[in-house]
Design a protein around this ligand. Structure first.
Ligand SMILES: C[S@@+](CC[C@H](N)C(=O)[O-])C[C@H]1O[C@@H](n2cnc3c(N)ncnc32)[C@H](O)[C@@H]1O
Length: 428
């Protein structure tokens, strides 16, 4: 006999208007569901209006997070069977896997199978790294759904399954950290290190000691763009700021670059970065020269500037400088300072890539911030990149289009030319 879940109706508060484009219901828009009705749970399955099934979280500002609309007909009574939810989830995850694989269109690459609320699976991220699948819950709603998700995943895949529910977002919600094998690897598989492919790069990460679920899969297309740009350049040296496990350096290594400086405050990640660069170096003539700088990005950048060091490629891929709209002014200043310090280190004909994963700074604003930090006249803009398409974007929520990557090339310096020739009135 299958277990069942109570289904609660959602009542909109008098005077509140719900917009068709809302991706959730806020706590000030609905009547709270009493603790008594919720039993000892913090969450419940709910039905909002005729066609919005969702998960209610008692203590959350995002009070109702929506499940797929296509599930509405199964949410019509006062209860829903666990077996019904399992088969709905199984169907949904299969559809998502097929869509993501087609969108990414890189056979063998790791994919973001489920991207949380944007995919209709509130609070849950699932990344398939080929060798293993990693699941992450980032909220109360995610924790509520997780046992059903795990059951479904164990049915859908035979791969080892790891849970990595950790990070700032859980800390903010006062949720405990959980990192554990749900289905451990077989005795012949390595538990320590996972080898995977991202944008065709061969990358290693350690599930027990990593950030996010393992790698930053959202940069997939942007890594490919750097590789395309470098494939027709004579670049030899690269500075990878906030390198983590070195994905950007690996993309450069595949084009023949052999001198790398990687900066990060995560010591484990820097070690992996060196390993990953070596895995992706294509040159047989000599070994890659790798300089690992452990410490704060801004301190190290200031030092490199004082030492007048220069590089043919500089990539700056920092963490989000703001997680809320309130701190956007400070974040804008930090991005500007970063671009000023980083772009000064780029040689003539060299490439500067500036990234931002701050949801509260949009593409045009970021372009303005970065371009205004570059020396005037010295640069051309080559193009921009965004998050990999397996990181689903809600058309109505511009914040879900969070990742930005801008590519610039430093030209021969017009400023030097004008000060030596034009200002003295000489003919060029
Ligand atoms: C967005 S991730 C970088 C992702 C990486 N470039 C990639 O593509 O895999 C940001 C990185 O910045 C590092 N970081 C955060 N604050 C830092 C700081 N103040 N100085 C140096 N590194 C920092 C984190 O450890 C993390 O590895």
């Amino acid at each position: 006999m299958s277990n069942s879940f109570e289904l609660q109706p959602v009542k909109i508060k008098a005077g509140q208007r719900i917009h068709a484009s809302q991706s959730c219901l806020y706590s000030n828009q609905i009547e709270p569901i009493s603790a008594e009705l919720l039993g000892n749970q913090r969450c419940a399955f709910v039905m909002a209006g005729p066609n919005h099934p969702g998960i209610y979280s008692r203590e959350h500002l995002l009070a109702v997070r929506f499940l797929p609309r296509s599930w509405a007909k199964h949410f019509s009574g006062t209860q829903i069977q666990e077996s019904q939810l399992n088969s709905l989830l199984q169907e949904e995850l299969q559809v998502l896997r097929n869509r993501k694989t087609a969108l990414v269109n890189r056979p063998g690459d790791a994919i973001r199978w489920v991207h949380g609320d944007a995919d209709g699976i509130p609070g849950i991220v699932i990344d398939d790294y080929g060798e293993i699948v990693v699941v992450q819950s980032g909220s109360q709603a995610g924790d509520f759904l997780l046992p059903l998700i795990i059951k479904t995943l164990l049915n859908l895949t035979e791969k080892p399954l790891f849970e990595r529910s950790s990070g700032q977002i859980r800390a903010l919600e006062k949720l405990p950290e959980r990192t554990r094998w749900i289905r451990p690897p077989s005795s012949t598989q390595s538990v320590e290190e996972v080898v995977t492919s991202l944008s065709g790069l061969s990358m290693i990460f350690r599930p027990q000691r990593c950030q996010k679920t393992g790698l930053f899969l959202d940069q997939r297309e942007n890594l490919a763009m750097l590789r395309n740009i470098l494939s027709v350049s004579n670049a030899r040296s690269m500075l990878d700021l906030c390198s983590y496990a070195g994905a950007w350096s690996c993309a450069a290594a595949q084009t023949g670059i052999l001198e790398f400086t990687a900066v990060d405050q995560d010591k484990d990640a820097l070690e992996l970065c060196a390993t990953n660069i070596k895995r992706n170096t294509t040159s047989e003539k000599s070994d890659a020269k790798i300089n690992l700088l452990h410490g704060d990005l801004f301190e190290i950048l200031s030092k490199l500037n004082r030492e007048k060091q220069t590089f043919d490629v500089v990539v700056a891929d920092p963490p989000a400088f703001t997680k809320s709209a309130k701190h956007v002014p400070e974040a804008r200043r930090a991005y500007q300072r970063l671009s000023k310090l980083a772009s000064r280190l780029v040689n003539n004909e060299g490439i500067y890539v500036a990234c931002s994963c701050s949801r509260h700074i949009d593409e045009e604003d970021f372009y303005e911030i970065v371009s205004s930090a570059l020396d005037p006249d010295d640069w051309i803009y080559l193009g921009r990149g965004r998050q990999s398409p397996d990181h689903t974007v809600l058309a109505t929520d511009k914040h879900s289009l969070y990742l930005k990557a801008l590519y610039f090339m430093r030209r021969g310096s017009l400023a030097q030319f004008s000060s030596s020739n034009i200002s003295r009135g000489e003919n060029p």
